[in-house]
Design a protein around this ligand. Structure first.
Ligand SMILES: Cc1cc2nc3c(=O)[nH]c(=O)nc-3n(C[C@H](O)[C@H](O)[C@H](O)COP(=O)(O)O)c2cc1C
Length: 199
């Protein structure tokens, strides 16, 4: 069973997070899940009370189907710096922060480890394991742009929440599928979340 860390922070695009989580679960993954306080708020603000963190599995089943039950997730408190994923001895092969707020981006860029999201990301960087950061903001300030460069220089993959339109999306779910597919590809998962470009 493959194991990954998934962090949800308070940037717009909660649907990217739920689609990505569902895609990992459909593939039978074990997901170590951390959701910041504002990430929890964004789930409800953008997807409704049905996506509240304590009802998330029911939401995933309702929206993405029973296959999400093939995997499992463990929800960690963002305040718990003693969680398994705060240590390099944990066995997760990679981590994605989706969506990633500019605040969390800054914390990762500067190695602050102020909470579990930042610490788990720091662990991925120091252990040289894949860290996928999905920032969302527009326009971006110079400090925000520089923080993306710092993360990239430290070894993270910057995978901005920029869905494409060449696959002719018809729904918001099509756009979310595209972003989730990019994240899965970055972590070495095969998928058919969007059609391959045929040229
Ligand atoms: C509805 C809503 C939408 C937001 N969208 C963004 C966003 O797209 N990008 C961003 O960087 N911050 C956004 N924020 C602000 C962050 O949530 C805020 O900076 C928060 O402190 C981030 O904390 P976290 O990184 O611990 O989740 C938004 C806040 C709210 C309430």
């Amino acid at each position: 069973m493959r194991a990954v860390v998934l962090a949800i922070t308070g940037a717009s695009g909660a649907i990217y997070a739920t689609r990505t989580l569902a895609a990992f679960l459909e593939r039978g993954c074990r997901v170590e899940l951390v959701v910041s306080e504002y990430g929890r708020r964004l789930l409800r603000d953008e997807l409704g009370d049905g996506a509240a963190i304590d009802r998330l599995m029911d939401f995933l089943v309702a929206h993405y189907g029973e296959d999400v039950r093939k995997g499992s997730y463990t929800l960690h408190s963002n305040k718990d710096l003693g969680a398994t994923i705060a240590s390099g001895s944990q066995d997760c092969e990679g981590m994605v922060i989706v969506p990633c707020s500019m605040k969390t981006l800054a914390g990762v860029a500067h190695g602050l480890s102020r909470n579990l999201v930042e610490r788990a990301a720091d662990v991925m960087l120091k252990e040289r394991r894949p860290l996928i950061v999905v920032p969302r903001e527009t326009p971006m300030s110079l400090p925000q742009l520089k923080n993306m460069v710092l993360c990239a220089e430290a070894g993270a993959m910057m995978l901005p929440a920029m869905p494409a339109f060449y696959q002719m999306p018809e729904t918001l779910d099509d756009l979310a599928d595209f972003m989730a597919g990019k994240i899965l590809s970055a972590l070495g998962f095969k998928h058919e979340l969007y059609p391959a470009w045929k040229g």
